[in-house]
Write a protein that binds this ligand. Structure first.
Ligand SMILES: *[C@@H]1O[C@H](CO)[C@@H](O)[C@H](O)[C@H]1NC(C)=O
Ligand SMILES: *[C@@H]1O[C@H](CO)[C@@H](O)[C@H](O)[C@H]1NC(C)=O
Ligand SMILES: *[C@@H]1O[C@H](CO)[C@@H](O)[C@H](O)[C@H]1NC(C)=O
Ligand SMILES: *[C@@H]1O[C@H](CO)[C@@H](O)[C@H](O)[C@H]1NC(C)=O
Length: 586
């Protein structure tokens, strides 16, 4: 439109120019959002320069086609809980002070580290070639599948590992791909809140914490807002499944029967998102879960612990099965980690940690009867019987192998040397079980013969003859599930114990575990789950599955254990239950 040159219109032009200037100056500076574009909504270009890395890349990003931050909450929020303010406490040192390594030791470590890196690169190349943007690579057929909504789970879960291994070109490539993800584009009508939080949200926040890439934070916020909608239930407890249409309509309800780990392990990711964005709503959402859990700590059948399955809808915590393995694990894991993340600013996490870990020690840990009377521990399951007594199921689970790291971390954070000692014995337990089997790998689930106390007991050959499975190593009663799913929990504890105590036995154990796993699981395209770790003489049968945690967790822990101890120092970072390092408040 042509402009008339009267003084009156000139005045309008000047006023308009001032208004435009004000709007321009008030727009967010980064990222730059120049124009509407593309089919999927809004696009922008980001100048992207990872700290300390070479050239700038331009990232072409797509905004999700549905904006969850615009969905208004149907259920009233009882009160807003602010992020605790004030200076974070200076917490005790967690890592061992390592002496300088000899040149020979350094050379060996470097070669071990490179072996792990090569294993990762092989899987990554196959993922890129055969499964790009899908959730998982199929490691036997070279196919792909979607198991978590089709939002490139393996890619997002691997971002920080790429960064840590300094695979620069691959990292930039991956960030550019993440920038195109639309959370509204999925074949599923719901997503698993727990898995999406620990894998996707944790992966994005962690990669942002490491790289400062703005586009990763933007994607994390989009996803965080979607997951936040899962808390819009009458009592603020999120259900296991986030049904998208129900969430948009404000019709979600908490479950009456669900695993406690699901609401119980969202705290680290949501708290870190609030810390970074300064928006307290994510922290407020998980605080209500923490409050409920804390209120019930002394009301359960085993005060100090919580049953594995709870009724979130009616706030019922009275079932009789307890465990720190499947269904409950990361609930406990996140208490000391929240203390570390928040710099101790919320004292409730110390109380939750100490009272639960002491109760677990008393009731769930056991020392197995072994011919060599090895001083090791496992965490079993427990059940409250009809008479109110507590029965121990002397079962080892790969999933509960994280316990060693949890005790050791708590031991350092709260000055509990006895917890560090329990951590050492628990981590030794899992590495013992790895070494005991012919493949060098521990079964998913097995049973042993428990001693009466943690101080141990003499070997009873007769009991073993009568009750043990003689195809298994001496001391193992059965291998209820003899598979290995490429899981990380054993190397997780071995890594943490190495960093915390400096004991070289853990680094040596890690190398044996890595070689055994590579030998038994490697395929043409990557690594596959195996059916039976108890077979000898022949390679175990493989299954066409490689979950994203293999690249996110298992290989990251192996890489870190052979790396200089200041790479992802536990005094700077706390790792979520998918091994995503989050920056600690200091
Ligand atoms: C995206 O969200 C809109 C609004 O809810 C919905 O109508 C549409 O079907 C969604 N698109 C996809 C691909 O799910
Ligand atoms: C949905 O499924 C179809 C058919 O399996 C597939 O081609 C498409 O890529 C899937 N879309 C998403 C978003 O996963
Ligand atoms: C999600 O969709 C995929 C197909 O893209 C399907 O195989 C899977 O079972 C669905 N998962 C859920 C939880 O609905
Ligand atoms: C590798 O596995 C085979 C069985 O599949 C076994 O015979 C061999 O000893 C293993 N090698 C190592 C180094 O563990």
């Amino acid at each position: 439109m042509l402009m008339r040159s009267s003084r009156r219109s000139l005045r309008y032009v000047i006023i308009a120019a001032i208004i435009i200037c004000i709007i321009y100056l008030q727009r967010p500076i980064a990222p730059d959002r120049p124009a509407e574009g593309g089919s999927g909504g809004f696009e922008y270009i980001e100048e992207f320069l990872p700290k300390g890395w070479g050239k700038t890349s331009k990232i072409h990003a797509v905004k999700s086609s549905f904006d969850w931050s615009k969905v208004s909450r149907r259920n009233p929020i009882p009160s807003t809980i602010p992020l605790p303010k004030g200076r974070p406490h200076s917490l005790p040192r967690i890592q061992h002070i390592f002496p300088k390594e000899s040149r020979i030791a350094l050379a060996q470590l470097e070669s071990q580290r490179q072996s792990v890196r090569r294993a990762f690169q092989k899987c990554w190349r196959s993922y890129k070639e055969h499964a790009w943007m899908r959730d998982e690579l199929m490691p036997l057929s070279g196919g792909s599948k979607d198991t978590f909504g089709g939002w490139a789970a393996t890619l997002i879960d691997s971002l920080d590992t790429l960064w840590i291994m300094r695979l620069e070109a691959e990292f930039k490539d991956a960030v550019a791909a993440v920038a195109t993800i639309d959370w509204n584009y999925t074949n599923n009508t719901s997503c698993n809140i727990f898995e999406t939080t620990i894998r996707h949200l944790g992966g994005l926040i962690s990669a942002y914490d490491l790289s400062n890439s703005q586009v990763l934070l933007d994607k994390a916020i989009e996803l965080g807002d979607m997951l936040y909608a899962g808390f819009d239930t009458p009592n603020g407890m999120p259900p296991f499944w986030l049904d998208f249409e129900k969430a948009k309509a404000g019709e979600l309800e908490a479950d009456s029967h669900g695993p406690i780990a699901s609401p119980g392990s969202l705290s680290l990711e949501f708290t870190r998102l609030s810390q970074i964005t300064k928006d307290p709503k994510y922290y407020a959402a998980i605080s209500r879960i923490t409050d409920l859990i804390e209120r019930h700590q002394s009301t359960t059948q085993i005060p100090g612990m919580w049953p594995t399955m709870i009724d979130s809808r009616n706030e019922g915590f009275n079932l009789r099965e307890f465990s720190i393995g499947a269904l409950a694990d990361s609930l406990y894991e996140y208490f000391p980690k929240m203390h570390a993340l928040m710099g101790g600013l919320n004292p409730v996490y110390e109380k939750l940690t100490i009272s639960s870990l002491d109760t677990i020690k008393k009731n769930a840990l056991f020392r197995p009867m072994l011919a060599d009377e090895e001083d090791i521990l496992f965490a079993g399951r427990i059940r409250v019987n009809e008479d109110g007594g507590i029965d121990l199921v002397p079962e080892g689970q790969h999933l509960s192998c994280f316990a060693g790291g949890m005790y050791a971390l708590s031991g350092r954070l709260f000055g509990r040397d006895d917890h560090v000692d329990l951590g050492v014995r628990l981590a030794r337990g899992c590495s013992y079980a790895y070494a005991a089997f012919p493949t060098g790998i521990m079964p998913e689930i097995f049973n042993m013969f428990p001693c009466e106390t943690l101080d141990g007991c003499a070997w009873d050959e007769e009991m073993w003859e009568l009750d043990g499975d003689h195809n298994l190593p001496k001391g193992f009663k059965n291998a209820r599930d003899p598979s290995y799913l490429l899981r990380p929990e054993a190397i997780e504890s071995v890594f943490l114990l190495y960093r915390i105590t400096g004991l070289v036995e853990f680094r040596d154990a890690a190398w044996n575990m890595f070689q055994a796993i590579q030998n038994a699981t490697e395929t043409e395209f990557g690594n596959a789950r195996i059916e039976d770790v108890t077979v000898s003489g022949e390679p175990p049968k493989k299954t066409d599955s490689m979950e994203s945690f293999w690249l996110s967790e298992t290989l990251k822990y192996f890489y870190l254990v052979f790396s200089p101890p200041d790479l992802i120092s536990l005094d700077d970072y706390v790792l979520n239950t998918e091994a995503h390092p989050l920056k600690r408040l200091k």
